[in-house]
Design a protein around this ligand. Structure first.
Ligand code: GLY
Length: 256
């Protein structure tokens, strides 16, 4: 089996001005963010990903959140059109860096889509209809996915940045989610572990089966560990100040 690749983006000085839904208690420390990012990348590498780096142009403060800029669907790379206007140019550099490996297509106006709203579970894609991703963007994604034989299911999301701020997958049968942000009936047939609070449940399953969880999310670590999964932790507090989680910091071929 091919080793999965995780594409990650560098942290520009402008990351200090990354978008935030609420003013953080302290300003983003870019030096600390770079250190934490290196630790995060080491965890991905230690868990079985091959790592590839893509430069972030200085103009894109939120560029390190590479998952929002593109969605991998088998051999196709769908460049997104983020709902946040300041993020609209991020996808171009990802497309240029990866054009020789994937067939490239794009979400076109008036569609908006951010990869943080795209959750792959088994053979299906669940897409959050959030403040960043609209109906038109979801329809465009669904059309590309349908050509590849992948079913897309729309999930209206209330009061959360992204769908994956409130639900992620531990494996093809098990999800971890925060109650109150979406209709749980959408995920009928799958097992869901519930933990209160938006941005608590963004975890990343490593190729070796261990679950990477932010150091700050103690309850999630306990819940996941109690289910028999091996837990790995990493401090991403500087990214949490910018509403970032673990999945949005990489674009992974095993998600496609
Ligand atoms: N800072 C991540 C975002 O708001 O898009």
């Amino acid at each position: 089996m091919l080793q999965p690749i995780a594409f990650v983006r560098s942290i520009p000085d402008s990351f200090a001005g990354a978008l935030t839904r609420a003013e953080p208690a302290s300003a983003i420390d870019v030096t600390a963010a770079r250190h934490q990012h290196a630790q995060y990348v080491a965890c991905l590498g230690g868990g079985g990903f091959e790592i590839e780096h893509i430069e972030t142009p200085p103009a894109f403060a939120d560029g390190p959140f590479i998952e929002d800029a593109a969605v991998l669907l088998i051999g196709t790379l769908l460049l997104t059109r983020p709902g946040a206007p300041s993020r609209r140019g991020e996808a171009a550099g990802v497309g240029e860096a990866l054009a020789d490996r994937f067939e490239i297509c794009s979400i076109e106006s008036p569609g908006t889509l951010e990869g943080g709203d795209v959750l792959r579970v088994g053979g299906r894609i669940y897409v959050g209809n959030s403040s960043r991703t609209n109906d038109d963007g979801i329809q465009q994604l669904a059309a590309v996915a349908a050509e590849l034989g992948i079913e897309t299911i729309q999930v209206p999301v209330l009061d959360s940045l992204h769908l994956k701020s409130v639900i992620t997958a531990l494996d093809d049968e098990t999800l971890i989610a925060a109650p109150g942000y979406f209709d749980p009936g959408v995920f009928a047939g799958l097992r869901v572990l519930w933990v209160q609070g938006a941005s608590e449940v963004n975890v990343l399953t490593l190729p070796d089966g261990r679950i990477l969880i932010p150091a700050s999310k103690r309850t999630v670590q306990e819940v996941v560990g109690a289910e028999g999964y091996e837990v790995v932790t990493v401090d991403v507090s500087e990214f949490e100040k910018a509403d970032g989680g673990l999945t949005c910091l990489s674009l992974r071929t095993n998600d496609g």
